[in-house]
Design a protein around this ligand. Structure first.
Ligand SMILES: [Fe+2]
Ligand SMILES: [Fe+2]
Length: 171
């Protein structure tokens, strides 16, 4: 069983993960509206990943005999101005989420809650990947600059992304 304080914090994080899903879905809508169809695909897959993150916490609460409480999700921004800006916002958002995961980990350590620490280890690694992929795409978009051919090629690459549930899903 997890503490009441931990339960509250994880329910809060379910909301934060669902907000991430909402934010990326809004970015996908912006991308398709600006004819970046590959980018729209990338953000739709990103939305699926975030929903997966939320559900992993959800399942953990259920497993621990706790009660999942769904909180209100804020409205995400709708305008992102440019491909560079949309990935700058993505990276900034992921850095915020990394800080949230680290705060949860600090709480689990303080409470000597070993089970939640093991769960959170997965999210700590996941955030390293999330920041790395946003950083890599941002670099490529900056390199492409205003070159339509280069941007088109990059968009094609982003269109290749597919969602595969992580292997550790059952862990
Ligand atoms: Fe996430
Ligand atoms: Fe994320």
């Amino acid at each position: 069983m997890i503490s009441k304080k931990m339960l509250t914090a994880i329910n809060e994080q379910i909301k934060n993960e669902l907000y991430s899903a909402y934010l990326y879905l809004s970015m996908a809508a912006w991308a398709v509206d600006n004819d970046f169809e590959g980018m729209a695909n990338w953000f739709r897959v990103q939305q699926q990943e975030e929903t997966f993150h939320a559900m992993k916490f959800y399942d953990y609460i259920v497993e621990q005999g706790g009660r999942v409480k769904l909180l209100q999700i804020d409205e995400p921004p709708h305008d992102f101005k440019s491909p560079v800006k949309v990935f700058e916002d993505t990276l900034a958002h992921e850095k915020k989420v990394t800080a949230m995961i680290h705060a949860l980990m600090n709480q689990a350590i303080a409470e000597k809650d070993h089970a939640t620490q093991i769960l959170l280890q997965w999210y700590v690694s996941e955030q390293v990947e999330e920041e790395a992929s946003a950083t890599q795409i941002l670099k490529r978009i900056r390199l492409a600059g205003d070159n339509p051919g280069a941007l088109f090629m990059l968009d094609q690459q982003l269109g290749q992304r597919t969602f595969t549930p992580p292997a550790s899903a059952e862990a």
